[in-house]
Design a binder for this molecule. Structure first.
Ligand code: F0G
Length: 459
């Protein structure tokens, strides 16, 4: 019997979308007109778009077919019950509240349960999660393990929460902690997984201090697959069964179905607590919609329901994790500094290490992301000082790291696209001495990375 080493895409392509090739001078103009902020580019002018893996995936034929089954009734639609049953089968939670995306679930949860001065521990808050905590005048406290803060450190579960630090927080600030969160996988820390053992440790501490425990579950299936590959005793378990255990260790979750829901829009908030669920549903009605659609069309609920079934299929996850790892391997082999090991949904280039001549407050991540666009038409995103360096009091300090994230949309690009990306990154890394820093000319007070305007600094 033959044993194959090649891991192929577990699908064939039924419908294609052309990409537009541009010249370097056209991209230079586009970059200048965008205020040197890749969020402000027209997507049409991007050749390979690795800005995010959120809402950018390709739906399956089964999902497109399910759209036609959407029941658009305002209340009690059949699509809601299909969605609810799939989410409940996966998570086991009693209350399933649809939202239009992840941050809506965050806002509804935090606005319902936080008060000023509260503290929310997490391994690392994602930008919208942090902003939704801070807007309630609460503190978003990042407690990832020390290895999780060092790009070059290798650890199989680099997203783990530091249990000793959590215990200190619960001991010292316990009355100010309404809930504990863990993000799977840990996006801000490099798409790194959290182990079942670590989740069990968080559960034990939450039990001891009587705190509810919520997952930020955006990439739960990728996390489950890492557990299967890396955690003792899990090799023979199905990803779905591992995912169920992850959810069972928590009391609820926020979810963006734009990631591991394999949908272009959607999300949910789920939990066991009746009183919290009632508060959340009341706010949902005010800002999102009736509890059986929560800001989504009936057809969106169908697409998410089907996506949640497909995302835990093993051939899909094997291909998914391997294609990210493949890009990572090529960059490592060429000596490009990247977060180790490969993340689930993205490869993170360590721009601070690559561009030591650009200090953090001159935004090395922006310098690198912008060069990747101008030289190769590839759009990545800075996860660094621009995203995390501005504090609620208006002060600015270097972010924990200065990274450029190349996020891989699900089921969208083929291996030759990835080969092109590797060649481009290696090429740009080779001209690093020519890359310059930037200064901000205009920015809003929160979530500035989305809309800030920049200016290149003179050589
Ligand atoms: N939590 C995590 C860990 C995320 O990565 C995101 C979104 C959210 C919450 C919010 O979900 O976008 O549906 O409102 N991350 C995207 C990204 C935007 O590019 O990483 P949303």
């Amino acid at each position: 019997m033959l044993h194959f080493k090649t891991i192929i895409e577990p699908f064939r392509i039924k419908s294609v979308e052309s990409v537009k090739f541009t010249r370097r001078d056209e991209r230079e103009t586009a970059m200048r007109e965008a205020g040197y902020n890749v969020f402000r580019l027209r997507a049409e002018d991007v050749l390979i778009d690795l800005l995010t893996d959120s809402g950018t995936g390709a739906m399956s034929a089964a999902q497109w077919g399910a759209l036609m089954q959407g029941d658009e009734s305002y209340a009690g639609s059949r699509s809601f019950f299909r969605f609810r049953d799939v989410v409940r089968d996966l998570t086991g939670y009693a209350h399933i509240i649809p939202t239009h995306q992840g941050r809506a679930a965050e806002r509804i949860l935090f606005h319902s349960v936080l008060k000023p001065g509260d503290v929310v521990p997490n391994n690392n808050h994602f930008d919208t999660t942090r902003a939704n905590v801070e807007v309630e005048e609460a503190e978003a406290r990042d407690l990832v393990i020390p290895e999780g803060r060092v790009p070059s450190a290798i650890h199989p579960f680099k997203g783990n929460l530091d249990l000793a630090a959590l215990e200190r927080t619960l001991e010292q600030d316990g009355e100010r902690v309404p809930l504990v969160m863990v993000t799977v996988t840990n996006n801000t820390g490099g798409g790194q997984p959290v182990s079942l053992e670590n989740l069990r440790g968080v559960r034990r501490l939450c039990d001891r201090y009587r705190k509810p425990f919520f997952l930020d579950a955006c990439r739960f299936a990728e996390n489950a697959y890492f557990i299967k590959k890396r955690e003792a005793g899990c090799a023979d378990r199905a990803p779905k069964e591992i995912a169920r255990e992850m959810f069972s260790l928590a009391d609820g979750c926020t979810m963006s179905a734009k990631k591991d829901g394999l949908a272009n829009i959607g999300g949910f908030l789920a939990m066991n607590d009746d009183a919290w669920a009632e508060r959340c549903r009341n706010l949902l009605i005010l800002t999102e919609g009736f509890p059986t659609y929560g800001g989504l069309a009936g057809y969106d609920l169908e697409a998410v329901a089907r996506g949640l079934e497909e995302v835990v299929e093993e051939p899909y996850l094997r291909y998914r994790i391997r294609s990210t790892e493949y890009l990572h391997e090529r960059l490592v082999a060429a000596g490009v500094p990247v977060i180790q090991p490969a993340g689930g949904h993205a490869v993170y280039i360590d721009a601070r290490a690559l561009l030591p001549h650009v200090p953090p407050l001159q935004y090395p991540g922006i310098a690198l992301a912008n060069a990747l666009y101008v030289e190769a038409g590839i759009r990545g995103v800075e996860i660094g000082t621009v995203m995390f360096g501005l504090h609620p009091d208006g002060s600015e300090t270097p972010g924990p790291m200065d990274l450029v994230r190349l996020a891989i949309p699900r089921r969208v690009y083929t291996q030759s696209h990835v080969d092109y990306v590797a060649e481009a990154v290696i090429g740009v890394a080779g001209m690093k001495d020519r890359l310059r820093g930037y200064r901000i000319t205009k920015a809003p007070a929160v979530l500035r990375h989305f809309t800030a305007l920049f200016e290149p600094l003179p050589a």
